[in-house]
Design a protein around this ligand. Structure first.
Ligand code: AKG
Length: 216
């Protein structure tokens, strides 16, 4: 990765796509995820997809060796080290982010840093690793370019509804601010299971009949 990629991350608050898996590895990890979902997932009526729920979606790298290997992949570590400008990294969590086919579930606008009460902000990032294609139709992650420069924004709790995928339900409190920044919204479209590294994000519903799956 070039230092201009680091600059671009600092300027925009995200960087994508960053490809660190070769074709063989992509298939390997996709299969591993599918096996895991088959063992620990459950399906709901009308949707055959096995979905993992509750505590089993969090800190996957502690529960499953394949996930531990994935989040420590040397090329991913290299990229994150370069962006954060340090060889000392702590993997805080690794959480599944699945949107079933034809679902209404969203993740409202939020900052992971505010969500997890972690900091300082220039020393942390989320690497969102796609296990499926991710695009505007199946509810890819969106960012507001440059919004990380606003610092940590106040968040408010939102009532839990079937449409709301955030575990604590917290979203950016100032919705007018989000509306004012609408022109800077970037959809993180990822073809062929590439990973990316986001700042502040929102993700709309999956409107098509293919599940959208990632690990953040
Ligand atoms: O996968 C998504 O759509 C959102 C994930 C997310 O909110 C996160 O990684 O913090």
């Amino acid at each position: 990765m070039h230092s201009d990629a680091r600059e671009s991350f600092r300027e925009n608050g995200f960087l994508f796509p960053v490809q660190f898996l070769n074709e063989e590895e992509k298939i390997f990890y996709e299969n591993k995820y599918n096996e895991y979902a088959k063992i620990y997932g459950s399906s709901v009526k009308g949707d055959e997809t096995c979905r993992i729920r509750g505590n089993k979606i969090f800190r996957l790298h502690i529960a499953a060796k394949w996930a531990a290997d994935l989040v420590r992949h040397p090329l991913l570590i290299q990229t994150v080290s370069q962006i954060l400008d340090t060889p000392n990294l702590l993997i805080w969590s690794s959480d599944l982010a699945v949107k079933p086919a034809n679902s209404t579930q969203c993740f409202g606008w939020h900052q992971d840093e505010a969500y997890a009460h972690l900091g300082p902000e220039d020393k942390l990032l989320t690497a969102w690793i796609a296990f499926s294609d991710s695009n505007s139709n199946n509810g890819c992650v969106s960012f507001i370019r440059g919004s990380h420069k606003l610092g940590q924004l106040a968040h408010k709790s939102q009532a839990r509804t079937p449409e709301q995928n955030l575990v604590l339900g917290q979203v950016v409190a100032d919705q007018h601010l989000i509306e004012d920044l609408a022109e800077d919204v970037i959809n993180c479209e990822i073809k062929g299971k590439h990973p990316c590294t986001p700042g502040e994000l929102f993700t709309p519903p999956n409107q098509i009949s293919l599940t959208r799956t990632g690990l953040g």
